[in-house]
Design a protein. Structure first.
Length: 106
């Protein structure tokens, strides 16, 4: 599941066109794009820096989406979330609007 999530994320961000790659290859490609990947296969933790005035990064690990904000000393909050929500969040044109619509009131 996680390697497939990482492949969708990499492809969606326009980093590379990948399908069915091994987790180690995906992690190497992700690293070149500034995406931090920790762990192996299904237990991977993915963190990506985002272009947003309010949010500095978003992460995914075991059905949890972590949002780190720029102000307040880089405060991070965890929200329950699916891999599909994480990819949609990562690819959203406005991370702040996506956060407000999908996570703010959780």
């Amino acid at each position: 599941m996680i390697p497939a999530l990482l492949a969708r994320l990499i492809t969606g961000l326009g980093v590379a066109a990948v399908e069915g790659e091994e987790a180690s290859v995906l992690a190497r490609i992700a690293g070149q794009a500034g995406i931090r990947v920790e762990g192996e296969a299904e237990d991977m933790e993915i963190t990506i820096p985002v272009d947003s005035t309010a949010i500095s990064s978003i992460g995914y690990h075991q059905e949890t989406i972590t949002v780190t904000f720029r102000r307040g000393g880089s405060l991070s909050y965890d929200f329950p979330g699916t891999p599909e929500e994480f990819v949609a969040f990562a690819l959203a044109p406005s991370k702040g609007q996506f956060f407000n619509a999908h996570f703010k009131d959780r």
